[in-house]
Design a protein around this ligand. Structure first.
Ligand code: IFM
Length: 483
């Protein structure tokens, strides 16, 4: 057993280690997070990843969207078999999700907000079941896995069915509003920010639903072309109507996104600007997290945010936002964000790297995310570690300072290192290649260490990488000069 464990760990560190230079304590926190991810996911066969991993009783062992949005990218890019196991597990709960959709009066499938067995276990629907975005989060993670691995077989056998049933949920949940010129609106949902509940047109939900609808239509069309027999089985299993994919596309194309022209701001939801500003100045530090000191009904009436919401959409679906939109989103919502959820700071860090002028804020958010359990920053480590933040630490390193983006199957990089990091190096597995990325204060080196050649982008420049032939490029020049 000891030898098996050793070989598992050797293999894990070879695939997944992230190395930084310049701050040994930070490196220790990074390794701690990675180790927690390994412990929580090494044997996910027929199980999900609980919000506390296997380390404590917090959240009663339930798992949430934390898995798909915060942990799965790490697995998809370093241990794709484990990502696949988790997606297979979601597929195994599809019948539960179909039943749940019927229970709440909808078509398609509604995955549980929190669960162990596949049944919904949240007690408070406003902050639980109403987080319909879980469906789109699963769809997003699924396609990220398929694009990164090229696992068309998974898409054909399992993925398309999940996409069909989740798209159906959205098509049924929203409607084309005559008052808004026929836009597709989705009312009465709760987005990622749990300090707002049952709102209309939560931007994160609408944009993720739009993606889900398009992915489903695309997958059905692809399957009809690539494997007509599998397509026929899918149609039979799901009673898919011929007109459904076109309707999904229409809903996606007409999706409503609330926007305030005067502020030039993508809104968190329709009513966000009408809420009373929270009195941050007179809120003493000991009143945080607010959820432990104020009634939810009070919190819901205010412009105060628990965790990244529009900002998360701007990260996951960056192409839906202009650079200016992203900057405004960060500038407007960041001061309103308490970070009372451990799912927030890693995303704030990533977006502060992408649009921030200097990296101090990004660095501070990152340190908080990486140290949350080792330093007990949230003061509740006795309930177990925060697995989403462990995954978020990897996200902040790879997508934040590494500047990786993975849209439509192509990886691009725009690295920027903070002051206390003189080097950052990590590996990602993409289809049949392992790519090592090594960033210093002045340049980035890309090497295929194993497998086929691969095209990537560095600051927009297309690079064709051959196995064993490193390619080095400078980071943004004026930033290098400032150091
Ligand atoms: O899934 C999260 C949610 O987004 C915020 N509250 C805690 C949950 C479990 O980590």
């Amino acid at each position: 057993v000891a030898a098996n464990q050793r070989s598992f760990l050797d293999d894990f560190w070879r695939r997944s280690d992230v190395l930084t230079e310049g701050a040994p304590l930070l490196q220790q926190a990074i390794r701690f997070s990675l180790f927690q991810l390994a412990q929580a996911t090494a044997r996910v066969e027929g199980f999900g990843v609980p919000a506390k991993g296997l380390t404590g009783r917090g959240y009663e062992g339930h798992y949430f969207w934390d898995t798909e949005i915060y942990v799965m990218p790490f697995l998809t890019y370093t241990a794709p078999q484990l990502a696949k196991n988790l997606l297979r597990h979601r597929y195994a709960m599809l019948d539960h999700a179909r039943r749940r959709a019927r229970q709440v009066g909808q078509r398609g499938a509604l995955f549980p907000w929190r669960t162990i067995s596949g049944d919904e276990a949240s007690a408070y629907f406003a902050a639980g079941t109403a987080q319909y975005h879980i469906d789109a989060d699963i769809a997003y993670a699924l396609m990220q896995y398929v694009r990164a691995t090229g696992d068309a077989d998974f898409l054909a056998r399992y993925g398309t069915e999940i996409l069909v049933e989740t798209a159906r949920l959205w098509a049924d949940l929203g409607y084309f509003s005559p008052r808004l010129g026929g836009s597709f609106v989705i009312n009465g949902v709760t987005g990622p920010d749990e300090y707002a509940a049952l709102v209309d047109n939560n931007t994160y939900t609408n944009l993720m639903a739009r993606e889900n609808l398009r992915l489903a239509a695309g997958a059905v069309e692809w399957l009809a072309e690539a494997d007509p027999e599998a397509h026929a089985r899918l149609v039979a299993r799901t009673c898919l109507g011929e007109a459904e994919p076109a309707n999904w596309r229409r809903a996606a194309d007409m999706m409503y996104v609330p926007y305030d022209k005067d502020l030039g701001l993508v809104l968190q939801d329709d009513g966000f600007l009408d809420l009373e500003p929270w009195d941050f100045e007179n809120t003493p530090p000991e009143d945080y997290p607010l959820l432990l000191h104020y009634h939810p009904l009070v919190i819901y009436r205010h412009q105060v945010i628990k965790q990244a919401d529009v900002l998360l959409a701007a990260f996951l679906l960056g192409d839906a936002f202009s650079d200016e939109d992203k900057r405004r989103v960060l500038d407007y919502y960041d001061p309103l964000t308490t970070g009372d959820s451990s799912l927030s700071e890693c995303i704030q860090s990533i977006m502060a790297v992408e649009v921030g002028d200097d990296l101090r804020a990004a660095e501070e958010y990152f340190v908080d995310a990486a140290a949350i359990d080792l330093a007990d920053v949230a003061g509740n480590v006795r309930d177990g570690i925060h697995i989403a933040s462990a995954g978020g630490t990897w996200l902040a390193l790879v997508y934040g300072f590494g500047g990786m983006r993975d849209r439509n199957g192509e990886l691009s990089f725009c690295p920027r290192l903070p002051e206390r990091m003189s080097r950052l190096s990590f590996s990602v597995r993409v289809r049949r290649s392992t790519l090592k990325v090594d960033v210093t204060a002045t340049d980035a080196t890309y090497t295929i260490v194993e497998g086929e050649s691969l095209g990537v982008r560095h600051l927009g420049e297309h690079l064709v990488l051959e196995c064993g032939r490193p390619v080095t490029r400078l980071l943004v020049l004026e930033r290098v000069a400032r150091r």
